[in-house]
Ligand binder design. Sequence first.
Ligand SMILES: Nc1ncnc2c1ncn2[C@@H]1O[C@H](COP(=O)(O)OP(=O)(O)OP(=O)(O)O)[C@@H](O)[C@H]1O
Ligand SMILES: [Mg+2]
Length: 257
Amino acid sequence: MIRDLPSLAFQGVSRIFPGGVHALKDVSFSIPAGGLTAVIGPSGCGKTTLLRIAAGLDRATSGSVNFIGPDGKTSARGRENLSVCFQDARLLPWRNVVANVALPLELSGVSRVERLARANQVITAAGLAPAQTRLPSQLSGGMRMRVALARTLVTSPDVLLLDEPCSAVDEFTRMQLDEEIRRVWQVSGATTMLITHSVSEAVWLADQIIVMNVGSVHEIHRVALPQQARDRTSTAFLLEVETVMRSLARAAGVVIA
Ligand SMILES: Nc1ncnc2c1ncn2[C@@H]1O[C@H](COP(=O)(O)OP(=O)(O)OP(=O)(O)O)[C@@H](O)[C@H]1O
Ligand SMILES: [Mg+2]
């Protein structure tokens, strides 16, 4: 699918909350069009605040977040066609899987026939068809997150913002969800920001990793491994993980051997 995807540029973003909490201080980096950038950093360093500002759910005190079109000009399209997935699946408990996945289309006034067709398409692609009539309470935590990811895809977003979608699941389920995130990213082709606490997840999925310390960018790391050759047990992969882990430790002021 060839589309005019936007890049996402954070330029000197600061956020001071009432009470004086300086959550972000002059944060600048760009996510290339169609790229997947992971953001990692210690708890409270401002990752969610950054995502909320990008999504238009909060405002920067100074600086800006711009979606830049292929012509180099600021484009409104990225913000208009953006999907967010939070750490908790946030499914509506009284709606079954199909009705949850179709919700964003319903809110934007898409006809019932079309929204069911599109919801069924992403549900089938995610391997969730056998569970499509179940309620969230009848799903495992990992399945609920897969439904939430399917819901982010149903609008064919240009920009995907994912806030720790795998943090509430065990290591094995996380690896399965990582496969799903990679598939979602590749199918959608969207410019993607993934917040995570897992260095290994960041290295497995991202082409760029933003390492944050409290409120600011500590280091920008480019992942040199080819996307399709990311074997979690290979020496090259483990060396990359070690490099990012050391950067994160420096950012957090922790000494590791
Ligand atoms: N609405 C708010 N009002 C005041 N302070 C806030 C608000 N939202 C966040 N903060 C503060 O801003 C800082 C950054 O919070 P944020 O949630 O962005 O961190 P985070 O990196 O996402 O942390 P975690 O990894 O634990 O999710 C924290 O000190 C937090 O207490
Ligand atoms: Mg957070």
